[in-house]
Design a protein around this ligand. Sequence first.
Ligand code: COA
Ligand code: ZN
Length: 324
Amino acid sequence: MNDASHAMSHAMSAPHFDKLIVQEVAPRDGLQIEPTWVDTADKIALINALSTAGFTRIEAGSFVSPKAIPALRDGEAVFQQIGRHPGVIYVALVPNLKGAERALASRADELNLVMSASQAHNRANMRMSCESSLIAFGDIVRHVQGSGVLLNATVATAFGCPFEGRIDEDRVIGIVDAYREMGIESVTLADTTGMANPRQVARLVARVLERLPASALTLHFHNTRGLGLANVLAAYDAGARRFDAALGGLGGCPFAPGASGNICTEDLVNLCDEMGIPTAIDLEKLLVLSRALPALLGHDVPGQLAKAGRNRDLHAVPEYVLQI
Ligand code: COA
Ligand code: ZN
């Protein structure tokens, strides 16, 4: 077969894959755990740069207690000063009505309400029971109604809790149903400390997709035990299409012992590019941004692609090899 006919048969046999939507969460999940203060101007510059990389959704910050998460205490300034790129939804994480009021005043496009499936982690993270969180969410839904602002709610520790261990899948499904009954449009299942495995993910995703469309479900994986991208593929194969990821693999919940980074955006986009799954995200741009993170944060970051380069970034054959 010559090159042209080989290329053609390859193109004809290449399977068609649905688009995988990546929501970039480094400005929120990524920065919330950083011990070094990142200036408001640097946060804004990062979000503005990410806005031109092809994302349709960016979680740009949170409106939580500044005592709980001092690193993101400048949420108002960030949301008010970022450039609003057409086609990008700027999401804000909120825990309670006060957070929702701040987020609306700062023109967030979507609120991400967070409650853990486990009581222990919800108490550690939100300082309240799950029941109190749900009551707060009801207040938020009523407050937001008619404003045009979108609502998403996250089930944190959906695949395991660092305090309680295994989480009953029926409990997660029950919370998803409760969110939907409140009128919350979309749902995120979060693996807060990387306890999920691909079979568990496939099972839970299949169950949730019996209740809501793939366009209303996001998976949020942390790579704490190295299973992050394996879990993405399991979820994708089970029908999920929306995923959170953080530039450089930053991230983690400060109120979950042993927490570590989100799945890394550029590693995820590389996986998709190599497999032929469309994302519409500019990987070269991401690599430039990721490689600037160590200087911004003062430490190495977990992402692997920024260190290894892409498959196509080949090396010159060494001189001694040419002589063999
Ligand atoms: N934004 C700003 N300040 C807030 C706030 C919000 N959304 N919610 C509460 N506060 C303030 C109160 O005004 C009060 O301030 P004061 O001490 O100056 O009077 C103080 O925080 C305590 O308020 P209270 O309602 O008693 O909160 P709490 O101490 O029980 O904490 C939360 C509850 C939810 C506010 C807090 O645990 C929190 O922000 N958690 C989020 C943690 C997080 O972001 N984790 C990572 C993401 S999953
Ligand atoms: Zn997270």
